[in-house]
Design a protein around this ligand. Sequence first.
Ligand SMILES: Cc1cc2nc3c(=O)[nH]c(=O)nc-3n(C[C@H](O)[C@H](O)[C@H](O)COP(=O)(O)OP(=O)(O)OC[C@H]3O[C@@H](n4cnc5c(N)ncnc54)[C@H](O)[C@@H]3O)c2cc1C
Length: 511
Amino acid sequence: MGLTLSALLARHGIASLVIEADEGYCTGSRAICISRRSQEIMGWAGADGPLVNTGLPWTGGRSYWRDTEVLHFQMPSELNQRFAPMVNIQQYYIEQFAHEALQRAPELAQVQWSSRVVGVRDKPDEEGVEVDIQTPTGRQTIRAGWVVACDGGRSTVREQLGLQLEGTQYEGRYVIVDVVQKTRRPIERLAWFDPPSNPGSTILMHRQPNDVWRIDYQIRDDEDPAEAVKPENVLPRVRSHLAMIGENEPWEPLWISIYNAKCLTLPRYRYGRVFFAGDAAHLVPIFGVRGLNSGLDDAGNLAWKLARVIEGSAPDELLDSYSTERVHATRENIAYGAKSTEFMAPPNFAFKLMREATLRLAVSDAKVRSLINPRQSSPIAYVGSPLNVLQQGQWANGLAEPGLPAPEALLQGPHGNFHLTQRFGKDFICLVFSDGALPTAVKELATHGIAVLDIPPQADSLGQARQRYGLPDAQAAGLVLVRPDGYVMGRWRGLEPRALLDAFNKKGFTE
Ligand SMILES: Cc1cc2nc3c(=O)[nH]c(=O)nc-3n(C[C@H](O)[C@H](O)[C@H](O)COP(=O)(O)OP(=O)(O)OC[C@H]3O[C@@H](n4cnc5c(N)ncnc54)[C@H](O)[C@@H]3O)c2cc1C
């Protein structure tokens, strides 16, 4: 996600250098499910095109207990949507597309490969950070205004600052196997509990591009992890499962590794001029796919804040809100991830028993089935964020309250249809729900650094924007201020922008 952050900073006109220990993109099987929100963020970085073209979109999944289907879930999706709720794609593609995007701004974004950060010293008196790097040709020290540690779960920067992750590590282990096999099966998340192919185990399957199946299965508590990943132990289980589900095309293994779930976070993500993001800041279980997705959200949250503080249009405290908001998001992600993990890899006999009971009941009782739902990643509301402005006036619903991700809507412009989220990612934007006549004072918001998007009834012929932003009545007027990362900051009834501007300035934002 460091590459994505660098591409996002470039979009904001901020120069950065990525120091990467490896000589290229990651190898093996890591993140594979990329959420709609992550696709939007990749879009801000200029990398959504290849992501959508390469990835496999999906909207739902099925769970089986033994050989009976006990859940068929669908994630929210609609006709003409901008992005699918989820796409499956190997993580190295995400890194490649982010890298290609940042290469389009070589004057702002650079990557130094095969270079390992070995020392970090925050120098508050000198308003900078010194970073020691081990390169193939020797050691060098560079100075940066700010450092964002995106150096993964074993973060050197974390270690250098003497910081430790806090939380829980689960015992249950999953073997991860990628195999190449052609299939005609629809793209869905597939889960089996106690399947006849591997009694007692839990198996997850996802299709990936290039005819790759990602198969995850839980090993028994008494199995030695080192033995469990040996091909002679893995391949018979895969063979048996593919045969059970009727996938009979020839196949071969591509990658085998082992994983166990962790719910760990730093207590803060800002330490002076050093920030933590992605796995360096937090480790969340893969169930619910919040790992890379939450890292990309960190990048989306931090990029605009760093840019504004560096260019002098926001106070330094704005950067503290990165920590407040993203630590809150991690705690929510951990709560969801822990629930999913306790179902997917029950940590003790009591959880195992409850799962068994739930699965048995789900065969005949539809009400129980929601308990099996994998709770897939979705953007977290920044409840209680210091950036939220108390909303003013009456609104028909709470879908666009301050602190929530700004809802999507399909709109009509002079050049054709467009999605509202296409306008997010760079500037503050004021959504104006008017009857078509835009007051001069609202137009002048642009001179204060706030872009204006007029949404008269004719631009919202489907009524999606008015409905989702709480103004279903076409006569009702209102202003909604959306942050550069697509979160609602505040909303005001009527078309008088004075209170909006006051709130904007009170938070320390200037043009
Ligand atoms: C098996 C598995 C399956 C997963 N599935 C999903 C999923 O479906 N969806 C999802 O959202 N997430 C998933 N994740 C989690 C996801 O892979 C991680 O959350 C994500 O890679 C985190 O990105 P990152 O950039 O923070 O860290 P990393 O991807 O670990 O990147 C850190 C980078 O820092 C470099 N580095 C490390 N130390 C140094 C140093 N000292 N100096 C310079 N460079 C350094 C490394 O070489 C690496 O390139 C999965 C993870 C695993 C292991």
